[in-house]
Design a protein around this ligand. Structure first.
Ligand SMILES: Nc1nc2c(ncn2[C@@H]2O[C@H](COP(=O)(O)OP(=O)(O)OP(=O)(O)O)[C@@H](O)[C@H]2O)c(=O)[nH]1
Ligand SMILES: [Mg+2]
Length: 541
């Protein structure tokens, strides 16, 4: 039996952001023209948009993997990369988006309703954008952020005013075809209808209404027999239930009254309570003489149950007009009672106002830092570039992550995980604080070293061509290892270097103007460890 495709698992991948570019302007007679690396473009989003021309989710059954365009990388001469193209996926009206564990994310009702399913990654900033008064020529650029990748379950719940229910071959599709311009498949074998057919019915002066013809029901449907539970979902949204009863069936044990009881029992067994929906009964196939007789016989019984009964034949069109008018009137009165909710236009996932910038929680022997910003920053960091790592450490310190860790009792060397990366935590103080604490630092960190102390190593950032040195860790300096760097390399959060006496003197003499003094000299310039605790400022080797 073919599968009933109104529930699909969609694997959506938004576009990655383009990498920022690290470039220095070059011109004849102007060797050090300053940074001019452009920003990367934003990755495209994956959007779901209700399109009234689309009626099934079949497309996604065949193409479950959907990917938006990536952002282009930035280039030299301040050329920014182009943004990736958004991918707009058209879905039918009434598509419900669920997380893989079944939690409803959004219900898309109304043509044009749009939902951003997966967000494109931000483009990385180029070194021109990263330049500041303290970091005149950054020797790194941000990586583009990977686009969001997620699995979502799309489920279709038809949005119709009237649902036709009944045994297979009762004539539901035939009824839709005579009531409306819809041309569903009609055949004399059970389960001809595999996906709901929607028809728009115009009767009298009433506003048009929609009729959904859902796949046939059999005993045990609510337990999954036949097309099972899947069709029942479509009835949930309809405001009126119409029983289509076959008066001409020759199957043993079936007659209109028994059929009605069986279908009602299945509706009652369904998870969503449908008992409050008004019902109407259609006795079909009265063009067949025996059927007409049977219809006459059961009509009083049905009316006694308080049901409105229509004897019709979709073959001869007997009673069809009357039925259409009766349905139109009922729908109009139901609509008047419950004003239909305004269409959801654009559905956003807003960030709570009181959501903190970051979170710190103890886990096992270490700590885990969460929060949009820290996670994004880690994704944007090129861990093969030490200056970029220094910049990350600086940003984290500025955000207050370090203070919070200290408050939570983190001690030097403890494992701190942010996203996919685990650091050995080395607290940093601002260079100036260290400087004031004369003779001060224990020399174990970038920007934390006591400059005044002879024989104490001072950590500076090395920047430059080779991507810096991996040395370090001598003379009590540094070091934070990044055993789980995204590239699987052994990385150090800080680079350290033992200074000569002359350099130390220079440092303490001109502590104030490291930034500016560094410039573009050929020798390794002194990074600025002042202020916010260790920027990898300065020149390029
Ligand atoms: N004689 C007669 N046959 C009818 C009438 N209405 C439908 N039929 C026949 O009944 C059979 C089933 O009709 P469908 O409309 O496909 O039935 P259905 O309820 O949609 O069936 P499923 O999609 O399988 O659930 C077809 O062979 C139709 O030609 C009618 O009024 N009179
Ligand atoms: Mg059918």
């Amino acid at each position: 039996m073919p599968t009933f495709v109104d529930r699909v698992v969609l694997h959506a991948a938004a576009g990655d952001g383009g990498h920022g570019c690290c470039s220095i302007h070059r011109e004849k007679f102007k060797p050090l023209g300053g940074p001019d690396g452009g920003n990367g473009g934003r990755g495209g989003n994956v959007l779901l948009r209700v399109d009234s021309g689309v009626t099934t989710l079949l497309d996604f059954h065949f193409h479950p993997h959907q990917r938006a365009g990536g952002g282009r990388p930035g280039q030299g001469s301040n050329r920014h990369g182009a943004d990736g193209d958004d991918l707009v996926l058209s879905v039918p009206d009434g598509t419900v988006v669920l997380s893989p564990d079944g939690e409803q994310i959004v219900d898309l009702v109304g043509a044009g309703s749009t939902y951003v399913l997966a967000h494109g990654g931000r483009g990385g900033r180029g070194n021109a954008s990263l330049a500041s008064a303290r970091r005149k020529a950054p020797g790194f650029a941000e990586l583009g952020e990977p686009g969001e990748q997620l699995d979502a379950v799309l489920e279709l719940k038809s949005v119709a005013d009237v649902a036709l229910v009944g045994f297979p071959s009762a004539g539901k599709s035939s009824l839709v075809s005579v009531l409306s311009a819809a041309r569903p498949k009609i055949a004399d074998y059970p389960f001809t209808t595999l996906v709901p057919n929607l028809g728009v019915v115009q009767a009298g002066d009433h506003r048009p209404f929609t009729v959904a013809d859902v796949p046939g029901l059999i005993p045990g449907a609510s337990q999954g027999r036949g097309l099972g539970l899947e069709f029942l979902r479509h009835i949930e949204r309809c405001s009126l239930i119409v029983h289509v009863l076959d008066c001409a069936t020759l199957e043993p044990g079936r007659d209109p009254l028994t059929d009605l009881d069986v279908i009602e029992a299945e509706l009652a067994a369904y998870t969503t309570d449908l008992s409050d929906r008004p019902r109407l009964v259609v006795l079909n196939k009265v063009d067949v003489p025996d059927a007409a007789e049977l219809a006459e016989l059961v009509t009083p019984d049905l009316q006694a149950r308080g049901l409105a009964v229509h004897q019709i034949s979709t073959a001869s069109r007997h009673g069809v007009r009357g039925l259409a008018l009766a349905l139109a009137e009922l729908v109009a009165s139901l609509r008047a009672a419950v004003p239909s909710p305004a269409a959801t236009r654009i559905v956003l996932r807003p960030r709570a106002v009181d959501e903190p910038d970051f979170t710190v929680r103890a886990e096992g022997d270490g700590f885990v830092v969460g929060g949009t910003k820290p996670l994004r920053w880690v994704r944007q960091t090129d861990f093969s570039n030490e200056e970029a790592i220094g910049y990350l450490a600086d940003r984290l310190a500025r955000l207050g992550v370090e203070k919070e860790l200290a408050k939570r009792g983190a001690f030097p060397g403890v494992a701190v995980t942010i996203g996919a990366v685990t650091f050995d935590w080395e607290p940093t103080l601002s260079g100036r604080e260290a400087l004031l604490a004369a003779g001060g630092g224990d020399g174990d960190g970038y920007g934390e070293a006591g400059y005044g102390a002879v024989d104490t190593a001072v950590t500076i950032a090395t920047v430059g061509g080779s991507g810096g040195t991996r040395a370090g860790a001598r003379g009590g300096a540094v070091v934070s290892d990044l055993p789980l760097g995204p590239r699987g390399t052994d990385l150090r959060l800080r680079t350290s270097k033992r200074l000569t006496r002359a350099q130390r003197t220079a440092l303490s003499d001109s502590a104030d103007d490291f930034d500016d003094g560094a410039g573009f000299s050929d020798s390794a310039a002194f990074g600025d460890s002042g202020g916010s605790g260790g920027d990898a400022d300065g020149g390029r080797g």
